[in-house]
Design a protein around this ligand. Structure first.
Ligand code: HEM
Length: 440
């Protein structure tokens, strides 16, 4: 794992002691980082990634072509090196089989069906954070993984899980995320047997166990059209397939959402002024007497802008694909199996689009800001056939849960000056970030 310590130079709020940045963090955050520099190297930049050649696609229309062209460009989750991880779930499938499973789930996860999600996310968040310690620093990536896992299970998958399995699942997340990252990055070279490999197998067993518990304890909606009911019904004869689909939703649902939450906590610690503003908004909108239709992100613009800015600076930095056969991207020949990266993180720091791109400024997303910005330009949920099926749910879950968290707790970085590292995982986490979540 490439993680290095050391002081750094990102802008910090005056009111709050700065968190020192690691060199790897600067690699991702610094506008002079390699992806941004490669962004100047033409529509497609050829580079070395370890022993392999990789290609960074800078031109937006080529980026769409690669992201949407699954006949030529294989998604990472369908790579044979990850078969033990994806099993027979839809994330590892391709073509018509993949499209059919996605179409089956679509109505259950679409916005019109999610009208009750806001209040249930608020209530679940309050319950799940009740035992978050108030008097000592907690490990933020772990605690946010636990919170998000509970939220996904309770509010999207309509189920429950024992507190012990929830804790184990939150621990397993980082092992699985790093393991998948390295397996894929090192493919087609063999995955070196190390203690890390054994840890990966144990973590996978934990994910299996959690998915089974979610599957067994699932409570169908009255109309039987929630996502797990649809998956179960369509595979009456193959319960394993539905179980693997639930596992895919569970892992993917926790992964990027937990990373967004952990980075949101990081920025809340650096910007107490924004924390105060989000709390004021949450007090006005999320009170226990609030009618169900009032608990929605449209009424939380300050929080939603904060989440967009967290995504802009800390969201998934790259999507990755590999061509099935030798091909061209623009004028650039690309051999079969080469790593092709879509550098979303660099696009999000484009100075032509974002003034002061390296600065954390949630107010740039305010409805009255000029020029108006669209969060869709961040590609937060990817593009093409692998576009995130949980996007509509996340658009509600993330701002409502974040506002609920800030409504009852004050987050403070502790100890001040601690080095934060960026973990090399599927979605980077602020590794080493510890904070006190004091009662407000
Ligand atoms: C902040 C929250 C989230 C973000 C930023 C996010 C982002 C993404 C992105 C960028 C992709 C595409 C990856 C690629 O093309 O390689 C993706 C795929 C996926 N996401 Fe999300 N996601 C979030 C939340 C969720 C939730 C809550 C769920 C489910 C409950 C979910 C389930 C999935 C699944 C299953 C896939 C794989 C789709 C497929 O292979 O067809 N995500 N997500």
């Amino acid at each position: 794992m490439i993680e290095e310590g050391g002081p750094g130079g990102c802008p910090a709020s005056r009111e709050e002691p700065r968190v020192a940045h690691s060199r790897t963090l600067r690699f991702w955050l610094d506008p002079a980082n390699i992806a941004v520099r490669l962004g100047q190297a033409g529509p497609v930049a050829r580079t070395k990634a370890g022993p392999a050649v990789a290609f960074q696609v800078n031109d937006p229309s080529l980026l769409r072509k690669v992201g949407c062209g699954e006949d030529t460009f294989q998604a990472w989750s369908a790579d044979p090196c990850l078969r033990d991880f994806t099993g027979s779930g839809f994330a590892g499938s391709e073509g018509q089989a993949h499209r059919d499973r996605r179409a089956l789930m679509k109505p259950a996860l679409a916005a019109p069906r999610l009208t009750a999600l806001g209040p249930s996310v608020r209530d679940s968040t309050e319950r799940l954070i009740a035992d978050l310690p108030t008097d000592r620093p907690v490990d933020v990536p772990f605690e946010m993984s636990r919170l998000v896992a509970g939220l996904v299970i309770e509010t999207v998958l309509n189920s429950t899980i024992s507190p012990d399995t929830l804790t184990e699942l939150a621990r397993a997340r980082s092992v699985l995320s790093a393991g998948v990252f390295w397996k894929y990055a090192l493919s087609p070279w063999p995955w070196v047997p190390t203690p890390r490999r054994r840890a990966f197998r144990r973590a996978l067993a934990t994910l299996d166990e959690a998915a089974r518990e979610v599957y067994v304890r699932h409570r169908p909606d009255a109309d039987g059209n929630d996502v797990v009911s649809l998956l179960k019904r369509s595979t009456d004869d193959r319960p394993d397939a539905a179980l693997h689909d639930v596992r895919a939703l569970l892992f993917a649902g926790i992964e990027a959402t937990a990373s967004t939450f952990a980075w949101a906590c990081y920025e809340l610690g650096r910007h107490p002024d924004h924390q105060t503003a989000i709390r004021a908004e949450a007090d006005a909108v999320l009170g226990t007497g609030a009618p169900a239709d009032a608990v929605q992100p449209r009424l939380l613009p300050r929080t939603a802008g904060f989440v967009s800015e967290v995504t802009r600076l800390h969201g998934i930095p790259f999507l990755v694909r590999r061509p099935r056969q030798a091909t061209y991207v623009g004028d650039q020949p690309v051999p079969a199996g080469a790593l092709v990266t879509l550098p979303l993180g660099a696009l999000r720091r484009d100075p032509a689009r974002y003034a002061r791109p390296e600065e954390f400024d949630p107010l740039r997303w305010a409805p009255e800001a000029r020029p108006p910005l669209s969060p869709a330009a961040l590609f937060p949920y990817g593009l093409g056939p692998r576009y995130c099926p949980g996007a509509a749910a996340s658009e509600i879950m993330v701002p409502v849960a974040l506002a609920s968290l800030v409504r009852s707790r004050t987050l403070r970085t502790a100890p001040p000056g601690r080095t934060v590292r960026v973990s090399l995982e599927l979605t980077p986490m602020p590794k080493g970030l510890t904070m006190v979540a004091a009662t407000r």
